[in-house]
Design a protein around this ligand. Structure first.
Ligand code: PGA
Length: 248
């Protein structure tokens, strides 16, 4: 079954609103490709200007975070309905940086997944292992635990629309990419887990990305693997290279 490819940029805490508009203009022609979903996941303050800047192009807008309540006394937070109203179609959930620096655990991440879906936003659910875990040979146990917890109460039909991103912590921002075989092994394991938790049709539909130092020179090799349907790209999403990844 052919899954539509999805290449998403994770801008992290980079680009002021005016820099964001300039980057959208710089990338506009480079990321043109009707066969791939192209998403910019941007800082909250850039969402409105970026949504405006990519209007009429093939680029979709994603967010990097939100809070699990719809509204109320949560000073400083942004809700899923606010993202939706601003034109957000995708949201990153469970990135290792939020797990580590902001202490988001899987029970909380499960609430975020359910809330995003309720708001009509597609979760890009991230899972990861540390170098220590990989060396202890518990990568797949750890990945399975995260996904099983994060998807509690999510239906098969909902999972079919989701994106799952496998991002080994040791490869994020380090320039140390997982080999395409290492990445494929875990992405295949994730698909097998989805088949086990739901059914084969759901496993065949869910899109799985690899992320971690993906760049213009290694993207084609990673994307040639049968279970890797796209990429979640940090550093390389902030420059012209992103266009080469989209077209790899
Ligand atoms: P990187 O980040 O491409 O800079 O390694 C990927 C990510 O954290 O999503």
């Amino acid at each position: 079954m052919a899954r539509r490819r999805i290449i998403a940029g994770n801008w992290k805490m980079n680009k002021t609103p005016s820099e964001a508009i300039a980057l959208c203009a710089e990338l506009e022609d480079l990321v043109k490709n009707d066969n791939v979903d192209v998403v910019y996941c941007v800082p909250a303050i850039d969402i409105v200007p970026v949504a405006e800047a990519v209007k009429g192009t093939n680029v979709k807008v994603g967010a990097e975070n939100f809070y699990i309540e719809d509204k109320g006394a949560y000073t400083g937070e942004i809700s899923a309905p606010m993202l939706k109203d601003a034109g957000v179609e995708f949201v990153i959930i469970g990135h290792s940086e939020r797990r580590e620096y902001f202490k988001e655990d899987d029970a909380f991440l499960n609430k975020k997944v359910l809330k995003a879906i309720e708001a009509g936003i597609t979760p890009i659910l991230c899972c990861c292992e540390s170098l220590e875990q990989r060396e202890m040979n518990v990568t797949m146990d750890w990945i399975r635990l995260q996904i099983k917890s994060d998807l509690a109460g999510v239906s098969a039909d909902q999972v079919k629309t989701m994106v799952i991103a496998y991002e080994p912590i040791w490869a994020i921002g380090t320039g140390k990419t997982a080999t395409s075989d290492q990445a494929e092994e875990v992405c295949k394991g994730i698909r097998e887990l989805i088949a086990e938790m739901y059914d084969q049709a759901t496993a065949d539909a869910v899109r799985i990305q690899y992320g971690g130092s993906m760049n213009a020179s290694n993207a084609a090799e990673l994307l040639s693997k049968p279970n890797i349907d796209g990429g979640l790209i940090g550093g390389a999403s902030l420059k012209a290279d992103f266009g080469q990844i989209v077209n790899a």
